[in-house]
Design a protein around this ligand. Structure first.
Ligand SMILES: [Zn+2]
Length: 237
């Protein structure tokens, strides 16, 4: 596929930056965006980063994003945002969750958008479903099929505790393409990335808590670990 991806808003600290809650929308949207692009490229897709970091105001950011998007004919325009307005900074045990915005219910991105919601919900976020926003510039003024993903809420403690950018990105990539980056490629990525272990670069230490032949059993253990606050990863051996 050919895909445009961008993080919403200017960077944190600048004019026209995103929402701020327990986490910062501009910062996290850029993390997810980088990881989504990296995974899509590893899967062989052509990706253009249409993020804007130098807008002079909100309208200018949007205008520049749309111009970058429309410079390429693609299968999909993907806009990555985080939501706010949950007002649950203490945590009530329930996430407020994910939603994906489309121009209308006739959007050519409908199928992929629905899949993105479902995949993010698999991580444990409430699926708020598809919303139609014909007035949003990145949905209205882009030429290719477009979706705007509100990954989760920056001001909900339950969302923030469940969230990490790698899993969020993997869910988005799977929703869009139906594909996941293989474990071996992820291992390579860790070695090159910021989590490079000290000492021997080729050594990776894994902590394993169980191995299951039935996938639902593995998922149950992953859920337990996540509820206990651990960032559990399910891999197929
Ligand atoms: Zn936003």
């Amino acid at each position: 596929m050919r895909i445009n991806v961008h993080a919403g808003h200017n960077p944190a600290g600048k004019v026209a930056c995103g929402a701020v809650g327990l986490i910062n929308e501009s910062t996290e949207a850029r993390r997810v965006k980088e990881e989504v692009i990296s995974q899509l490229r590893q899967l062989g897709h052509t990706v253009y980063d249409c993020t804007v970091d130098n807008g002079t105001g909100q309208q200018d950011v949007l205008k520049k994003i749309v111009a970058k998007c429309n410079a390429h004919i693609v299968d999909l325009d993907v806009s990555i945002h985080f939501n706010s307005g949950a007002g649950d900074k203490a945590g009530n045990g329930r996430t407020t969750g994910v939603e994906v915005l489309l121009y209308s219910n006739a959007s050519r991105a409908y199928r992929e958008a629905e899949k993105v919601c479902k995949e993010v919900a698999v991580l444990g976020f409430k699926n708020r479903g598809l919303k139609y926003r014909p007035n949003l510039a990145v949905l209205k003024n882009t030429k290719s099929p477009a979706m705007l993903i509100e990954c989760c809420f920056v001001d909900d403690k339950d969302d923030v505790q469940l969230y990490n950018y790698q899993d969020m990105a993997s869910a988005i990539v799977c929703g869009i393409t139906g594909q996941r980056v293989q474990e071996s490629e992820e291992t390579g990525k860790v070695e090159d990335g910021e989590e490079t272990p000290t000492g021997n670069k080729n050594t990776l230490y894994r902590v394993q808590v169980g191995a299951y032949s039935v996938k639902s059993n593995a998922e149950n253990m992953q859920k337990k670990l996540r509820e206990a606050g651990f960032d559990a990863l399910l891999v197929q051996a």
